[in-house]
Design a protein around this ligand. Structure first.
Ligand SMILES: [Zn+2]
Length: 181
């Protein structure tokens, strides 16, 4: 994969300028999400510092390292429009990490074609993923969050395939895919 290293102008977090152990870059992709009114600032790089404690971040700090849509999904429990995410049809081998803090959340080996328009997994990586009750919009659902930074990822349903019977329905924008060779 040809990684494109361009520093996002907004990404001027002083604490990230020294030790960058968890440093990954991404190519910008066209954004197409349900909240069209948000100012869309495209991320041209993805860099997270494993020395940073993202669990203590304020909203202002999150806004410095996330795009507006990533912030909307991760910090405001937003949802990208179906079939618009970069990873819906991604069949490459690798691991999906949290866009907020780079914690590994899902393995590509547990990804399956659900037809829903969102990346779907039948299992999570250990205790890196947490579930919390979500009774919004008149529905009883189980919200999926990153166990480390508590960033919203999506929801989990009980209509998934074996061996778990679960379907983790996750936003592409809250993930970053790290390909394994
Ligand atoms: Zn996280």
């Amino acid at each position: 994969m040809n990684l494109h290293h361009t520093i996002l102008a907004l990404f001027v977090l002083a604490s990230c300028s020294q030790t960058v152990n968890t440093s990954i870059s991404m190519n910008p992709k066209t954004e197409g999400n349900e909240v069209e009114s948000l100012e869309v600032v495209e991320a041209e790089s993805f860099q997270r510092d494993s020395a940073v404690d993202y669990s203590t971040f304020t909203n202002e700090q999150w806004k410095e390292i996330l795009t507006s849509m990533e912030y909307h999904i991760l910090r405001e429990k937003g949802t990208e429009r179906a079939f618009t995410g970069d990873y819906v049809d991604n069949k490459k081998s690798g691991v999906y990490v949290c866009k907020g803090c780079a914690t590994p959340l899902f393995e590509s080996t547990t990804k399956f074609k659900s037809g829903t328009g969102w990346p779907s997994f039948y299992d999570k990586i250990d205790d890196h993923v947490q579930m919390v009750p979500d009774n919004s919009y008149g529905m009883q659902r189980s919200e999926v969050i990153c166990a480390v930074c508590k960033g919203h990822q999506g929801h989990v349903f009980v209509d998934g395939p074996e061996p778990t019977g679960l379907r983790y329905c996750i936003n592409s924008k809250s993930l970053y895919f790290v390909e394994k060779n």
